[in-house]
Design a protein around this ligand. Sequence first.
Ligand SMILES: [Zn+2]
Length: 519
Amino acid sequence: MPSQVDLAIINADIRTMDSQIPKAEAMVITNERIIAIGSNAEVEIFQSHATKTIDMKGRTILPGFIDTHAHLVGLGRKILHLDFGNTASVEDALRLVKEKVDESPKGKLILGYNWDESNWETPRYLTKEDLDPFTPNNPVILIRVCGHLISVNSVTLKKLDLNLDNPGIDRDIKTGEPTGILREIPIDIQKFQSDEDDFSTVLMEGCRFANSVGITSIHENLYNQQLPFIATYLRLRQRGELTVRIYLNLEAKLLDLLAGLGAPTGLGDDYFRLGGVKVFIDGSIGAQTAAISEPYYDKPDTDGLILFDEKDYTFLITTANALGLQVSTHAIGDRAIDMVIRTHENKSRREFVNRLRHTIIHAEFLTSPLIERVKRLELLLLQQPNFVHRWGLPNGMYDSRLGPKRAKQLNNFRRILDAGIKVAFGSDCMPMDPLYGIYSAATHPYPSIQITTEEAIRLYTIDAAYASFDENNKGSLTPGKLADFVVLSQNPFEIDPKELKDVKVLATYVGGRCVYSNH
Ligand SMILES: [Zn+2]
């Protein structure tokens, strides 16, 4: 026994997510790790050595949630800028923009996130005609919830100076003029910001929010234009101010750099670790850019876009395999997923799939034949349970984009788990909220989607740890593992799944340190 113990937790209702000891009352923490867990009596001997003891008065404790697909930089910025998440109409959204313009100096970028026209009374995209009348002096960039489509005003269009042949520029059928709607065109936001956001404020806001919803670890996906944030992450890490453990994925464009450094997946420490590379194969269903095999129901002239050439993708996978880098591939439509699987199925590459735990991010439109092939390859899926409540309910966005028959085949968690495929949950920050995701998956009306509360929690804890090679390091409350845990207002295992949406996070602990408390 150590001469001093940092923290003893007693009288708790601990669900460990460790099948060896699924329930416990007490645990003891030293040097960020759990050293004992069991009944109050079993840990009593440590208590007299504890610097601090917390009586949980019967409250429920779970392992901290691990969000395997997030964009913390974007989230921090969303908190600091306009968020259209709760707007109900075009007018609502425009009102927010107008208020922001009124309080902003001339020339300052008006940045907005999270708009989703499927929530609006009249579902349509915003155009420059909507924005121009009250934004003559400020660039406006409004990013759709999926991140694949943006609406801008004329000031921004002028500043971007895009090549008008770019097929991502939406144009007026009559005049040929750009409408202000841009698809799949990456924009360097830093270029527009005169007074740059303080980088660490952005990250700290993101971490604070993550902790408030019970998250202790994330897979962060940085875009190339966000690379300066790596230095900020490292600085916060050095100062001991990171309250979320970061597993960092970089864009595939940086593969050469990583090859030069010889940096493999896993480099780093428990707070900041290199994940692998991330690559986009297609867009999103909401923006009608996910690559599907039959045209869209509500836009029959398109079947989406393949954004990454198959030859280049093959080269990428081969190189990453040689370097020991995990590849996480964004693929949503069945046509895009087919391309990913086909590349990994090649004889010389298939053995790496399991060894490097290559993943498909989203994998929404996974048909039965694709499920079989994913299973055979042992590809890992990083999926988003929040999507099925947000867009996958009857008459939801999936229905209008794909028609009800195909929409029913999206995010079939029940069928995917029954096939024996490894899945880890994440939110993609739409919204970042594991309990909402667990509620969404556990209450979905379609039997091909609905899973149990326990399964959903597993996918957000112990099975999510697997995605970063951390199943022996975190994800369950087990002696030797990191003391990352969350205190909840109710025991999710003992309530009707419908009540999951009312469960509150009361406190979040990372390495035995309280990083969030709301009581
Ligand atoms: Zn994403």
